[in-house]
Write a protein that binds this ligand. Sequence first.
Ligand SMILES: Cc1cc2nc3c(=O)[nH]c(=O)nc-3n(C[C@H](O)[C@H](O)[C@H](O)COP(=O)(O)O)c2cc1C
Length: 348
Amino acid sequence: MPFQPDRLSVPLVQAPMAGGASTPELAAAVSEVGGLGFLAAGYRTAQGMREQIVRTRELTGGPFGVNLFVPGPPAPSSAGAVATYREELLADAAEYGITLPVPTDEGDDDEWDEKVDVLVREPVPVVSFTFGLPGASVVEALHRAGSQLIGTATTVAEAEAAEAIGVDALCLQGPDAGGHRATHDAGAEPSDLPLPDLLAAVRERVRIPLIAAGGLGTGEDIAAVLAAGAVAAQLGTVYLRTHESGASRTHQDALVDPRFTETVVTRAFSGRPARGLRNRFIDAHDATAPDAYPQVHHLTKGLRAAAAKSGDAERLHLWAGSRHRLARAVPAAALTRDLWEETRAGAR
Ligand SMILES: Cc1cc2nc3c(=O)[nH]c(=O)nc-3n(C[C@H](O)[C@H](O)[C@H](O)COP(=O)(O)O)c2cc1C
């Protein structure tokens, strides 16, 4: 019997978090207590993804998922805008004594075909997608391999498109979510429809099970989305400080540092809208950052690595949802159990 997203014994999904935060240990810890843990394949090679899958299987016999970035077309004629942005960032790069790559107009397929091949040959229980939807042949191949598929949507139109392509469930990402908005069109302004309204609107139009994400941090938050018809709640930011998280120390500390007082959505780090703690890099560059993903991601990659190395929270992309202060430095299994206990206690 294939894994059913609406039959989790603990209806909590640990959000896939690319860039290092998602680890096999984190995914396995959540799956071991009855939730659904996720690996994030974005920014990883197909081989790196495969190694994480093998390791996760060693740690748990429970179901887990792998999340893929769906490649989109490169932003139209972005080279000029990215070159101008590069000039602007040279002073930041000079602070670390590094150079910045010269932008090209090439797209980035993130080894999409290779990753799909691995997942077809060595299937995992769940595959989810962000930034868009796979083609019909990929849906068919992964289904034939036995995986359940989850699309991600931020609007009713994206949800309808996901159902039409044949995914089995849908993650609805509201505007308070940490990290990249899942918006399918990288150039479009992300929707600011609050999660409860998005959930209600999508329930009217779509029949597949819905998983709610974005700004959830307490049992009360989780109970509210379950009462509104979601089959599970997906949480990312609150897992960033767990013992199994791979997020950098600088990132983990910043989430609860009183000097960071708000989160904002910015294209400054990657060219795609993403929510993070507002810092000096965002203040300096948000207004001028072009909507060119993944070109801006590649442009700032070295800069962000240097910031991480020197513990410079003012130039690092500190992805965080609105509930970042609730991120707890505890084992992920304990966090999952506590959240579910709080959810049930509130519902009693
Ligand atoms: C550090 C970080 C990295 C993320 N990376 C991914 C990713 O690789 N794929 C994805 O579908 N969502 C990603 N997300 C978004 C989550 O799936 C989810 O929508 C979000 O964490 C929910 O909001 P919350 O952070 O307020 O709980 C990321 C979120 C964070 C905080």
